[in-house]
Design a protein around this ligand. Structure first.
Ligand SMILES: [Zn+2]
Length: 401
């Protein structure tokens, strides 16, 4: 092997090329990417790499859930800045369009978290009253744009109480708190998750028995440089504004600890951490849930994280089966993130993940996994847990009939 040539060996034609050369033929070794001039022709842009798995594994089709579903995390409306004008409200689908999918996919109730604030919220409440009103639940949101008013704490609390009396079933807090909201709304220092100005609002929600769906922080990778080591490189490259790396942003852990301090201070208020409390670290989430009995979670938009650690995830579901709620983060039609597009496919993936032991399947209806290049395996939860996760926990926490 004194003439050993790595490129020829890797391309598997060491013998063939010698034979070809000896016979005067023109057979060439296949290039190895990155090693030779020829190799450059093999370079493939990451966006064009769409490998198709050759595993021969079971593929179950789960068209409907074993038990009726309450989707506790959806966005059916959005409200523009200010929220005091009807024209600022976006309805992302008609009630009829929504109900058709819900009926096909066994979804009894959808919880519309982004129900706005002020007059816009009232308008949204009105929209979901009347026909099919029993199929939709609407939450209220904090009115951040009034932050500079002197009695801001009371304004927030009063608005929650007013909305609750009007039929809002809960309070939704986006990651705005902790990552976007600043002292002058868009400028100045960031407002912290445990800022005491919000204390009366948390207390008002508790007094009204309105649970708080709270999104704090984001995937850990969003706090790291967008480089070749970032496991969510493609997602961040497509949405660079989702990065919280550098500048004056707190760390993921600082945000989560602030939420923890805040929840401990308001033990009579029920909190539901969106996206498994926004952590891939189930040991840490478990620690938070043990410390705060008033802390629950939904798993919307995180089956990609749970399903790539299916054994640990199943233990998590077993241990906290009374405090985990089904949610998808669904946004009707045409949204740019495939893992959130409301429709049959999205729900079928969630049902397959919860109910089967299928291995290595896509967590989103997309050619390229949108939150990271991996696949998931199912949890095959028993009926006793499925029933709680699909609807009983949410019905209890949201106080649905
Ligand atoms: Zn959401």
């Amino acid at each position: 092997m004194s003439n050993f040539n790595r490129r020829e060996w890797l391309s598997g034609v060491a013998g063939a090329s010698m034979t070809a050369a000896a016979s005067g033929g023109s057979l060439k070794a296949s290039p190895v990417p990155g090693e030779t001039e020829q190799g450059k022709e093999c370079a493939l842009a990451l966006k064009d790499f769409k490998p198709r798995s050759k595993l021969h594994v079971k593929e179950s089709e789960v068209l409907t859930p074993r038990f009726p579903v309450v989707d506790s995390h959806t966005h059916l409306t959005f409200i523009g800045r200010g929220g005091s004008e009807r024209s600022k409200i976006s309805y992302l689908a008609s009630k009829q369009e929504l109900v058709e999918v819900m009926d096909r996919k066994g979804i009894e109730v959808m919880v519309n978290l982004t129900g706005g604030y002020g007059p816009g919220h009232d308008e949204i409440m009105h929209h979901f009253s009347g026909e099919h009103s029993e199929r939709f639940v609407t939450f209220v949101e904090p009115w951040y744009h009034r932050i500079q008013e002197s009695n801001y704490s009371q304004i927030l609390a009063d608005e929650v109480t007013r909305a609750g009396r009007n039929g809002a079933k809960g309070l939704k807090v986006l990651k705005t708190l902790g990552l976007y909201l600043r002292e002058e709304v868009d400028s100045g220092p960031l407002v912290k998750v445990d800022d005491p100005r919000f204390d009366p609002m948390w207390e008002a929600a508790g007094a009204m028995k309105m649970p708080v769906w709270i999104h704090t922080s984001d995937p850990e990778a969003f706090f790291e440089p967008i480089d070749e080591y970032n496991e969510r490189f493609e997602e961040l490259a497509a949405h660079p504004d989702w990065s919280f790396y550098g500048r004056d942003f707190p760390s993921d852990r600082e945000l989560q600890q602030a939420r923890q301090r805040m929840m401990k201070k308001h033990p009579n208020t029920t909190f539901v951490g969106c996206h498994i409390g926004n952590s891939e670290n189930l040991d840490f989430v478990s620690f938070c849930m043990d410390e705060c009995p008033n802390f629950h979670v939904d798993f919307s938009a995180r089956i990609g994280e749970l399903g790539r650690q299916p054994r640990r995830a199943r233990r998590f579901f077993e241990e906290y089966q009374d405090r985990i709620m089904f949610g998808t983060d669904a946004v009707p039609f045409g949204f740019q993130t495939p893992q959130q597009i409301f429709g049959d496919k999205l729900y079928e993936i969630y049902y397959r993940f919860l109910e089967t032991d299928d291995e290595y399947f896509d967590y989103a209806p997309a050619e390229i996994p949108p939150q990271g290049r991996w696949k998931i395996s199912g949890l095959k939860l028993p009926d006793s847990i499925l029933r709680k996760v699909y609807n009983e926990n949410a019905r209890r926490v949201i106080r649905l009939a």
